[in-house]
Ligand binder design. Structure first.
Ligand SMILES: *Cc1c(COP(=O)(O)O)cnc(C)c1O
Length: 379
C-alpha cells in the first residue's frame, strides 16, 4: 500500500491495553465459547442499546440471517431487494427459499413498498428488506403490508447499527432484525452478528439452530449448525461498545463535511437526511449521473484510484445478476436498482479520516467534473 493512499474503510480499534485487560480473565476461567461471561455481558448491553425484545449473538452476521430464514418451509418465497450485499440473497437461497426481487426507491435505495404487494403470492412467507447505507426502510408501509398478508418482516440491518428513529433503536422495527459486527462495520467484534427477535419463541428457535439444533444440551429437536459467538469476539465487542458514541459522532461529522463540499455539484446525487432519524454515518454513497457529471462511474472510480483514493462499487452487480443464479429465479423488473447499481460509488469513510483527506477526495471529484482531470486520456 502506498504511504498516502486513502483506503475506503478501516476497522476501528480500541486501545490495545483495553482489549488486553478485557480478555485477561479468560486465561483464568478457560471458558472460551458457549455463552460465556463476555458473551452474556455483550448480549445484555446490546439488548438495551439496540432496543431489542430478544437478541442472540452469532459467529457472523450472515449466520444470523440464515438463522432467521430457517423458520420457513423450503420452497417458500421471500420478497427482497437485489440492491444489497451477496449475504442477504445467499442467506435466502442457502436456506432453501426463493428470492423474489423487488425494486428499490431512488432516494434512499431501500425496498419500494409500492412495488411489494403485486409480488405477493400464496407461497410468500416474508419480506426481507435492507437498511441500505444506514438509510431506514419505509417501515410503516412494509409493516402494514406484512400484517395485512400475514408475512414476517425481516430486516438486514447490517448497515444500521446505532441508527435511531423516533427515539427507538434499530432493534425496535421488524419481526427479526439482523446485525453484522464484521470488521469493516461501524461496530465490530472482528467477525460477528446478532439476530433480534420480537417473540421469545423465535428467539429460542433461532438460538437452537446455531447450537446444533439443541434447545438444551442433549437432544436435537431441529436441524441446526454451529454459529455461536466466542469470548474473544464478545470481548472486542465490549471494548468497541465503550467507544461507539464518539465513533458515530466522528462518522456523522465526516458525512456532513462531505455533503457540504459535494452539495450542488451537477450529476452527484447525495442521500437526503431522513425525517426523525439519527443516522450512524456508516457509508458515504454518491450516485453519478454521467451526462451531468461529465464522467461515468467507471471512469470516476479509476481516476480517483489513480489519485490514491480507494472507493467501492457497492452494490454492484445486483445480486439478481449473480452468475450462480443464472436461469434459477425471475430476475424481476427492477429498473431503479439497475440504474443505481451502475452509478453508485462509496467514498472512503472511517473514524481516522481527516477533514483534509475529505477535502482531497472532494477536490478530485470536482476536478473530474470540471474536466481538469482528462477523462478521455487512456488510464
Ligand atoms: C456485512 C453485510 C452482511 C453480512 O454480514 P457478515 O457479518 O459479514 O456475515 C449482510 N448484509 C449486508 C447488507 C452487509 O453489509
Amino acid at each position: 500500500m502506498e504511504i498516502n493512499r486513502i483506503p475506503v474503510a478501516r476497522s476501528s480499534m480500541p486501545p490495545f491495553e483495553e482489549f488486553a485487560a478485557e480478555i485477561k480473565s479468560l486465561w483464568n476461567t478457560r471458558w472460551l465459547s458457549n455463552y460465556g461471561e463476555k458473551h452474556n455481558q455483550l448480549q445484555e448491553k446490546l439488548k438495551s442499546y439496540l432496543d431489542a425484545s430478544f437478541i442472540n449473538l452469532y459467529s457472523n452476521g450472515h449466520q444470523a440471517l440464515e438463522a432467521a430464514f430457517q423458520i420457513f418451509p423450503k420452497g417458500s418465497e421471500v420478497i427482497t431487494t437485489p440492491f444489497t450485499y451477496a449475504s442477504t440473497t445467499q442467506a435466502i437461497v442457502h436456506s432453501g427459499l426463493i428470492p423474489v426481487f423487488c425494486d428499490i426507491e431512488p432516494e434512499f435505495y431501500t425496498l419500494d413498498p409500492l412495488k411489494v404487494e403485486t409480488l405477493i403470492t400464496e407461497k410468500t412467507v416474508a419480506i426481507a428488506a435492507v437498511h441500505v447505507y444506514g438509510n431506514l426502510c419505509n417501515h410503516d408501509a412494509l409493516q402494514y403490508l406484512a400484517k395485512k398478508h400475514g408475512l414476517q418482516l425481516i430486516y438486514d440491518a447490517a448497515h444500521a447499527f446505532g441508527v435511531r428513529k423516533d427515539g427507538h433503536g434499530i432493534g425496535f422495527f421488524g419481526d427479526m432484525i439482523m446485525l453484522s459486527f464484521h470488521a469493516t462495520k461501524v461496530f465490530h467484534t472482528f467477525e460477528g452478528g446478532a439476530l433480534i427477535c420480537k417473540s421469545a419463541a423465535l428467539a429460542e428457535r433461532t438460538k437452537a439452530w446455531a447450537h446444533f439444533g439443541m434447545y438444551g444440551n442433549e437432544d436435537a429437536e431441529i436441524i441446526g449448525t454451529n454459529a455461536k459467538m466466542n469470548e474473544i469476539q464478545a470481548a472486542m465487542g465490549l471494548c468497541n461498545l465503550r467507544h461507539i458514541e464518539s465513533a458515530l459522532a466522528i462518522r456523522r461529522a465526516c458525512v456532513e463535511h462531505y455533503k457540504k463540499r459535494l452539495q450542488g455539484i451537477e450529476g452527484i446525487h447525495l442521500c437526503s437526511p431522513q425525517l426523525d432519524v439519527i443516522p450512524n454515518g456508516a457509508y458515504m454513497p454518491i450516485q453519478i449521473d454521467p451526462a451531468e457529471f461529465g464522467a461515468d462511474r467507471e471512469a470516476t472510480v479509476q481516476l480517483l484510484e489513480r489519485n490514491g483514493i480507494s472507493t467501492r462499487k457497492y452494490f454492484y452487480p445486483l445480486t439478481s445478476a449473480f452468475s450462480v443464479y443464472r436461469g434459477l429465479f425471475k430476475t424481476g423488473d427492477t429498473p431503479v436498482a439497475e440504474k443505481t447499481s451502475a452509478q453508485i460509488i462509496c467514498l472512503p469513510l472511517y473514524t481516522e479520516l481527516t477533514k483534509d483527506q475529505i477535502d482531497t477526495i472532494c477536490n478530485s471529484l470536482i476536478c473530474i467534473h470540471c474536466g481538469k482531470i482528462n477523462t478521455n486520456r487512456p488510464l
